[in-house]
Design a protein. Structure first.
Length: 163
């Protein structure tokens, strides 16, 4: 029965069952409301919060409120910095080496890490490969290192040389 009906109205059987459940629930709700005569009475009440709001202001003899608190200029950026332990005054940028200044066959881990896009792990991988093959013969040998592709090689090729 559900299959024939679902094909006629282009709904899956699950969608059809859920729709039927929702319609049945709506009809039962309307029927219960009609039989028992349940009516909703909503009454709008307005509350005056003026007295409870006043506890948040400090009274001043002159004008009733503390104008210093209301008109206080706050440096919000400084307040955010006060809660953060990180120093925003220091800019942490990688200092790039001079062109053709790093000998690929003698470079230390720190020297390799100064290259753009080379972190600690990649620098270690370069040194491991250098020890494995003895020495680099050309800059393209770096493509054998895990973590270095042609784009990264293009970024660092101006800073390295091979003797």
């Amino acid at each position: 029965m559900f299959d024939k009906l679902s094909k006629k109205i282009n709904l899956t059987t699950t969608e059809l069952k859920i729709s039927g459940f929702l319609i049945l629930t709506l009809l039962v709700g309307v029927l219960i409301k009609f039989i028992f005569g349940i009516t909703e009475k909503t009454e709008l009440t307005f509350y005056n919060y003026a007295q409870s709001d006043s506890i948040f202001f400090i009274s001043d003899e002159n004008n009733g409120t503390n104008s210093e608190i209301i008109n206080k200029n706050v440096d919000y950026k400084q307040e955010v910095f006060d809660f953060n332990e990180r120093s925003f005054n220091k800019v942490f940028t990688k200092q790039l080496p001079v062109e053709k200044s790093i000998n690929l066959n003698k470079a230390t881990k720190q020297e390799l890490m100064s290259l753009p896009g080379i972190g600690e792990t990649t620098a270690k991988n370069i040194i491991d490969l250098r020890e494995k093959i003895g020495r680099f013969r050309k800059p393209e040998d770096l493509l054998k290192v895990k973590g270095i592709g042609s784009k990264k090689l293009d970024k660092i090729i101006n800073y390295i040389f091979i003797d």
